[in-house]
Design a protein around this ligand. Structure first.
Ligand SMILES: C[S@@+](CC[C@H](N)C(=O)[O-])C[C@H]1O[C@@H](n2cnc3c(N)ncnc32)[C@H](O)[C@@H]1O
Length: 435
C-alpha cells in the first residue's frame, strides 16, 4: 500500500519478520521493491524499536528529493525513515518502553528490550567483534556487569534548544528537537532542572546540565539568569558556574563543564575497582608500592588519583586544558604524580621512566598507531584498556596481542555504563606475553 501525506512524502507499508539487531541496536528488515521498469530488488532496512523474530508492519518513508533550484552536490541522500505501525507477533524479550518518545528520540535504542536481554546482547556484540575484528577465536569474555538501577543514571545531559527556546533531545537522524518533560535515563536532579529551564527561553544551540550524585551540586551551561538560579535553589539545587565536585572511590573530583567525566557514577565506581584490580591484583604489597604506572587519556585524573595511594609513582597524560586544570586540583596533595599536558601519541615515546603498568582510556577512535607501537616496543607487565567502542578495542587488541604477540589477553569485561542504549563499555586486561 502506498500513501502520500501533506509534504508530498511517499510512504510505503510492508509486513515483515525482523532480523538480528545491528550494532546500533536497530532490528533489520528485508523488503522487496520494484522499479519503474518492473525489476524487483531487495533492500535491507534498519527498524528502530523492533526485535529479532517479530512480525510487524513497518512504514518506510522515502527521503525527500532535493528542492528545485538547490544544487545536487549540496544534497545528501539520507536513509529512509522507518517505523513500526503494527506489532503482529512480539518477541518474549519485548517490554513496554516507558518513554513516550522512544523510537523517535535519538537517545535510547533498547528501552523495549528486557534488561537481561540487553546485557546478553551487548556481550554477544563484543564477542562477535573480538572474533571478526580482533581475530580471537575464543576470547576470555566475561558476563556484562549490570547497572543495579538501569534508569535515571545519567549525571550529564546535553539538550538541544529549538527555535522557541525549549530544551529537549533531537529526533533520530534529524535536528528536530523533541519536546521533553523528562528523560527516563537522566538523573532525577537533571529532570528537575530541565523542567525549570524549560519554563524560560533558553539561548540556542544547547543547554548542558551536569549533576553530582553525592551532593546537590549542579553545573549548567550557558550560565543561567538569576531567576532560573533562584528557582533551582528553591528546589534544593546548588548551582555552580565554573566547577562542581563529584565523589568517586571515596575521593572528591573537581570537574569543569568541558572536562570529561564518567556519565554513570554508580558504574564508574565499579569500573574504577576493575582498573585497580586489573593493574594491581596478584602482586605483593611491597611490589605494588614500587610500581610506576601511566594513566593515559586521564581526563580529570580519576584513575590516577585512585591509583596514587597504592603505587610508587603515577604519570597522568591528557590533552584537554580544562581537564588538566581539574586533574592538577584533584591531585594537588599527591606528591608522586606527574601530570603531563599533551597528546598521548606525542608524550609516550619520550617517557624515560621504567613503566610497570598502563591504564589507557582513549576516546571512541581508540589508540593511535604510534601509541600501540610504543606499547609493543617497550612491553609493560600489565595494561588495563578501558574502551567505549568495542570495534576499536577489538582492532587495538588484535595489534597488541595477535599481530605483535607482545601481550596476552587475560579478560574482557563488558560493563553496562549506558543501559537502554546500544553503547557498550569494556575493561580489558592484558599482560606481557613474556611474563
Ligand atoms: C574516555 S575519556 C577518559 C577520561 C578518564 N580516564 C576518566 O575515566 O574520566 C578520554 C580522555 O582522553 C582525552 N584525549 C582524547 N584524545 C587524546 C589524546 N590524543 N591525547 C591525550 N588525551 C586525549 C580526552 O580529552 C578525554 O579526557
Amino acid at each position: 500500500m502506498t500513501q502520500t501525506h501533506a509534504q508530498e512524502r511517499i510512504i510505503t507499508y510492508h509486513t515483515v519478520v525482523l532480523g538480528a539487531l545491528t550494532r546500533d541496536g536497530h532490528a533489520t528488515a528485508e523488503i522487496s521493491e520494484q522499479n519503474e521498469a518492473g525489476e524487483t530488488s531487495t533492500r535491507l532496512l534498519q527498524v528502530p524499536a523492533g526485535l529479532p523474530g517479530e512480525r510487524v508492519t513497518i512504514a518506510v518513508e522515502a527521503p525527500l528529493a532535493p528542492k528545485p533550484g538547490r544544487k545536487r552536490r549540496h544534497w545528501k541522500q539520507r536513509p529512509p525513515r522507518v517505523w513500526i505501525t503494527e506489532l503482529h507477533e512480539t518477541s518474549p524479550m519485548r517490554v513496554q518502553a516507558p518513554c513516550p518518545v522512544f523510537g523517535t528520540c535519538g537517545g535510547c535504542q533498547l528501552q523495549h528490550m528486557n534488561y537481561p536481554a540487553q546485557l546478553e546482547w551487548k556481550r554477544e556484540v563484543v564477542r562477535q567483534l573480538l572474533n571478526e575484528i580482533g581475530n580471537f577465536a575464543d576470547p576470555p569474555l566475561l558476563d556484562t556487569v549490570a547497572c543495579d538501577i538501569p534508569w535515571n543514571y545519567r549525571n550529564h545531559m546535553r539538550f538541544s534548544v529549538n527555535r522557541e527556546g525549549r530544551a529537549g533531545l533531537t529526533a533520530r537522524g534529524t535536528h528536530w528537537v523533541l519536546p521533553l518533560a523528562e528523560c527516563p535515563i537522566a538523573h532525577p536532579q537533571i529532570n528537575l532542572a530541565l523542567q525549570v529551564v524549560n519554563q524560560h527561553i533558553n539561548p540556542r544551540p544547547q543547554v548542558l546540565i551536569r549533576c553530582a550524585t553525592a551532593s546537590p551540586q549542579m553545573l549548567l551551561q550557558p550560565i543561567q539568569n538569576e531567576e532560573v538560579t533562584q528557582e533551582l535553589t528553591e528546589k534544593g539545587i546548588e548551582v555552580c558556574t565554573d566547577t562542581m565536585e563529584e565523589v568517586l572511590g571515596g575521593q572528591t573530583f573537581r570537574i569543569r563543564p568541558s572536562s570529561f567525566f564518567q556519565t554513570n557514577s554508580a558504574q564508574a565506581e565499579k569500573m574504577a575497582s576493575m582498573v585497580l584490580q586489573g593493574l594491581l591484583a596478584d602482586q605483593a604489597p611491597d611490589q605494588i608500592r614500587q610500581m610506576t604506572v601511566v594513566d593515559a587519556y586521564c581526563g580529570v585524573g580519576t584513575f590516577a588519583a585512585l591509583l596514587a595511594p597504592h603505587v610508587g609513582k603515577v604519570i597522568a597524560i591528557e590533552e584537554s586544558a580544562s581537564a588538566i586544570k581539574d586533574a592538577q586540583w584533584n591531585m594537588r596533595d599527591v606528591e608522586h604524580v606527574e601530570i603531563l599536558k599533551g597528546k598521548v601519541e606525542d608524550m609516550l615515546p619520550g617517557l624515560s621512566d621504567q613503566i610497570d603498568g598502563f591504564v589507557i582510556d582513549p576516546p571512541r577512535a581508540g589508540c593511535q598507531p604510534i601509541v600501540l607501537d610504543a606499547l609493543i616496543q617497550h612491553p609493560v607487565a600489565r595494561i588495563v584498556y578501558v574502551s567505549c567502542d568495542p570495534s576499536t578495542l577489538a582492532r587495538d587488541l588484535n595489534i597488541l596481542c595477535n599481530v605483535s604477540q607482545a601481550y596476552r589477553l587475560r579478560s574482557v569485561q563488558p560493563l553496562d555504563m549506558f543501559p537502554q542504549t546500544a553503547h557498550i563499555e569494556n575493561v580489558a586486561v592484558l599482560e606481557r606475553a613474556s611474563l
